[in-house]
Design a protein around this ligand. Structure first.
Ligand code: PMP
Length: 415
């Protein structure tokens, strides 16, 4: 049995946090829900749910275009949320915060606006071998449109980026680096600051895919000096349909809009259109107003717990889960990088990950089984899929024990 402590190091307010999440208070197949699919999407605290309901009850209206009171209230709350995001990322200005549907849309925006207008035949975009499809396919699309090429920095057997190989790929033709801050399939945390410095030394801008990192580590876009940062609200205990693209003002100003419509214009005639200022230039149409307000509430909620507290709790959980997993014969952990977040991807000998997922559901345990939208990672490790337990602020050491006990049961039944 693992000698690691069965609880988080400091007085972590686990009971209070769990009480904030109504969805956790339910039984699945007669067992208390153990929700370990946070990397796909996190559950929502009542503070977020109540904010959404209360916003719709009292303040809802379309924004920016109405002079009536509700229009003003809704606009003020939407823009206040933008400022909350700015503070959350430590961005220099609200003009650098563009509301989008999520990480996927943010990356597509950069590919179609920045990429399509700048990439030329023979230009190169550097990504890594651990990327989510959202940070591969938009670049392949813009490569097809412009004649640019994708270069892929390799990973090692632990699932860590081979930094020297990454550096060797950076050259005079590299026009952009787009890389995961944290991998969803492996949990690897990339040395973002170092990778950005290497790219900047050659004048290459860097986009960080922060879908996984933003809920777990303190992000400071000015300290990182990244040029673009993308994340999704729904993984951050916030609503679906809302996410953020941070971009340095100079870059965003020089980029053409990628969607045309209402809100992103200043004047329109049939002959020509003058575009709106930042960030509205990139927010065509009626945005996800309530969801943006809900995202603000989610950020305030996790900031209320505190980053160091969250990081210590999640670190203790993954250390404990890893140690306990290693005690199970036939269990292979996929993703063993030195720096990693609270994600445990694994396979079991002779048992397909989908069967693991289905079996665990009978114990009320929600994990994800599949390729995790990272098929090249599965190819690299020569597995069709993995089972993935991903932890969040409300998970406990007891839940890790329940997971491990259930895995031992699966092996007894199927192994
Ligand atoms: N990148 C990474 C690393 C992810 O984990 C995800 C979500 N699984 C995405 C991008 C895409 O995020 P979304 O589906 O919210 O747009």
């Amino acid at each position: 049995m693992s000698t690691l402590p069965r609880q988080s190091p400091q007085a972590y307010p686990i009971e209070r946090i769990r009480a904030d999440f109504p969805a956790l208070r339910q039984q699945i197949r007669g067992k208390p829900l153990v929700y370990l699919d946070n990397a796909a999407s996190a559950q929502k605290p009542k503070q977020v749910i109540d904010t959404l309901a209360e916003f719709y009850r009292h303040d809802f209206s379309n924004i920016h275009r109405s002079v009536h009171t509700l229009g003003e209230r809704a606009t003020a709350r939407y823009e206040a949320s933008r400022d909350t995001v700015r503070r959350f990322l430590n961005a220099a200005a609200v003009e650098e915060i563009v509301f989008v549907r999520g990480t996927t849309e943010a990356i597509n925006l950069v590919a179609q606006s920045f990429g399509r207008s700048r990439f030329r035949e023979g230009d190169e975009i550097v990504i890594s071998a651990m990327e989510h499809h959202s940070n591969i396919v938009p670049w392949q699309m813009v490569c097809r449109q412009t004649g640019a090429r994708l270069k892929v920095a390799p990973i090692d057997e632990d699932g860590a980026l081979i930094v020297e190989e990454y550096q060797r790929l950076l050259g005079p033709r590299t026009k952009l680096v787009a890389i995961a801050h944290m991998s969803n399939a492996l949990g690897t945390l990339n040395p973002a600051g170092e990778l950005i410095d290497m790219a900047h030394a050659r004048g290459i801008p860097v986009l960080l895919d922060g879908a996984q990192a933003a809920p777990h580590v303190k992000v400071d876009v000015q300290a990182l000096d990244c040029d673009f940062y993308a994340f999704s609200g729904h993984k951050l205990y916030g609503p679906t349909g809302i996410g953020v693209l941070y971009g340095k003002r100079k870059l965003l100003e020089a980029m053409p809009p990628w969607q045309g419509g209402g809100e992103m214009i200043r004047t329109v005639t049939f002959e020509r259109t003058e575009y709106n200022d930042l960030p509205y230039k990139f927010e065509a149409g009626t945005p996800a107003i309530a969801e943006a307000v809900g995202l603000g509430a989610a950020i305030e909620y996790i900031e209320g717990i505190g980053w160091e507290t969250i990081a210590a709790h999640e670190h203790a959980l993954i250390e404990y889960a890893t140690a306990r997993a290693l005690e199970i014969p036939g269990l292979r952990i996929i993703g063993t990088a030195g720096e990693k977040g609270a994600i445990l991807s694994f396979t079991l000998e002779r048992i397909h990950p989908h069967d693991i997922g289905t079996f665990l559901d009978h114990y009320g345990i929600a994990v994800r089984a599949g390729h995790h939208c990272a098929m090249p990672v599965m190819d690299f490790f020569q597995v069709p899929a993995t089972a993935r337990a991903s932890f969040g602020i409300y998970n406990t050491h007891e839940e890790v024990d329940q997971l491990m006990d259930a895995i031992r049961e699966i092996i007894k039944v199927f192994g």
